[in-house]
Design a protein around this ligand. Structure first.
Ligand code: UD1
Ligand code: UDP
Length: 389
């Protein structure tokens, strides 16, 4: 059986890696968990290992915070010797954070096969660091494990070989469904003095929303108006904490520390509406059937808009307020997307373990059987990246 390194580094990775590790181990693979340490606060890290029952990492790289280059470089420098030492057959990376890209680049040059869980998601917004991480990680991956048909379609349009693309479903929803009953047993509503359907839940952490004081002040004004109709609870991401303390928040908005996984699922499940810029929360609200308004101009998860409960509101304050009122007046009727059924981890393990270590597979750097034509290149090209004239 192959030796497989699974990589996790930050909050949204833990719920994605857990079902993959479990499914691989159930089939007898030797799994080693490497934690990069991109997130490290107990409330951003330890609570998820406890809530999800993830065993302690086999290796901890302890990279911490820094600029994109510092953080990505530190993960690469620490991960490279590990590959020599552990000599895995395969490395699995999830999502779109800096740790994902860093470990993908190192693996692609070192030799083991590389699998990307959540491949093919595209916002086509190159101002998002995550879009760079997604596109570059896919490019060097052998196995592209897509959560939804749109993601698989993006990969086809970009010219990837058909044998690299695997539509497996959404691992985040595996973890959600596996833990929903435990989450519903949480006493977080009582502890927080909240009632089912009596509040809105807010999360914001995208640099485009929280780093610029002008943008954040506009969003706070909008949230203040919304809170007049529906009180808001906001577990604050550390990226936003300092700025919020400087600006102060309008009445009707209650700031609380980042919530643990079970508490946060319980808070989503009982919310009247969720306002977010998180990728994972767009998906979880769709699976739960809870109305979601996303404070972004675009999403790499269009299935949550087309089939789920998600509505894009952008970040213009007046439009945000208008959109939220519209959703409160007429909540969308959801449908759970294809293969968001709790079995994505199993499908991933089946793909990865089919044919043993599969070292003879062509590498992603091999030319595709059919080179992408101008049409597919146009579709995969960034929409708004232009050189200043
Ligand atoms: C990162 C990911 C983002 C993901 C988010 C999930 C990248 C480029 N960004 O964003 O895609 O949606 O995680 O939450 O990889 N900090 C703490 N304690 C921590 C971690 C961070 O205080 O445990 C603070 C530090 O001041 C740090 C800042 O948060 O500089 C940002 O952390 P970082 O990991 O760089 O990016 P996120 O905004 O968390
Ligand atoms: N989450 C959590 N507590 C919080 C906010 C989010 O447990 O206070 C969970 C959420 O349920 C989802 C994941 O964290 O499972 C999403 O992570 P995040 O929003 O940090 O990152 P993104 O998905 O945007 O990359």
């Amino acid at each position: 059986m192959p030796r497989i390194i699974c990589v996790a580094g930050a909050r949204p990775n833990y719920m994605k890696i857990k079902p993959v590790m479990d499914a691989l181990e159930r089939r007898g693979a030797e799994v080693l968990l490497v934690h990069t340490g991109q997130h490290y606060d107990p409330a951003m890290n330890d609570v998820f290992f406890a809530d999800l029952g993830i065993r302690p990492p086999d290796r901890f790289l302890g990279v911490g915070s820094g600029s994109h280059a510092e953080q990505t470089g530190r993960v690469m420098t620490a991960f490279e010797p590990l590959l020599d030492e552990l000599s895995p057959d395969l490395v699995v990376v999830v999502g779109d954070i800096n740790s994902t890209l860093a470990c993908a680049l190192v693996t692609a040059k070192a030799g083991p096969l590389l699998a990307h869980v959540e491949a093919g998601l595209r916002s086509r917004d190159w101002s998002m660091p995550e879009e760079v991480n997604r596109v570059a990680t896919d490019r060097v991956s052998d196995y592209l494990l897509a959560p939804s048909p749109d993601a698989a379609g993006n990969l086809r349009a970009e010219g990837y070989r058909e044998d690299q693309i695997h539509l497996v479903g959404n691992v985040m929803i595996d973890t959600l469904l596996a833990n929903l009953e435990r989450a519903r047993a949480s006493d977080v509503l009582d502890r927080s003095g909240l009632t089912r359907g009596g509040y809105g839940l807010v999360t914001l952490h995208r640099p485009a929303n929280v780093d610029d004081p002008g943008v954040l002040a506009g969003l706070l004004k909008a949230l203040g108006e919304i809170a007049d109709r529906c009180p808001l609870v906001w577990p604050v991401h550390p990226r936003a904490a300092g700025r919020l303390a400087e600006l102060g928040v309008p009445g009707g908005i209650r700031l609380v520390p980042p919530a643990g996984y079970l508490d946060f699922i319980a808070l989503q499940d009982a919310a009247r509406i969720v306002l977010t810029d998180s990728g994972g929360v767009q998906e979880e609200t769709t699976a739960l059937g809870v109305p979601c308004v996303t404070l972004r101009e675009n999403t790499e998860r269009p299935v949550t808009v087309e089939e789920g409960t998600n509505v894009l509101a952008g970040r213009d304050p007046a439009r945000v307020v208008r959109t939220v009122h519209g959703v409160l007046d007429a909540p969308p009727a959801p449908r759970r997307p294809e293969l968001w059924d709790g079995r994505a981890g199993d499908r991933i393990a089946e793909v990865l373990l089919r044919g043993g270590t599969a070292r003879t597979r062509p590498r992603p750097t091999d030319l595709p059987e059919t080179a992408p034509g101008p049409e597919s290149l146009a579709r995969s090209a960034p929409m708004d990246r232009t050189f200043p004239i």
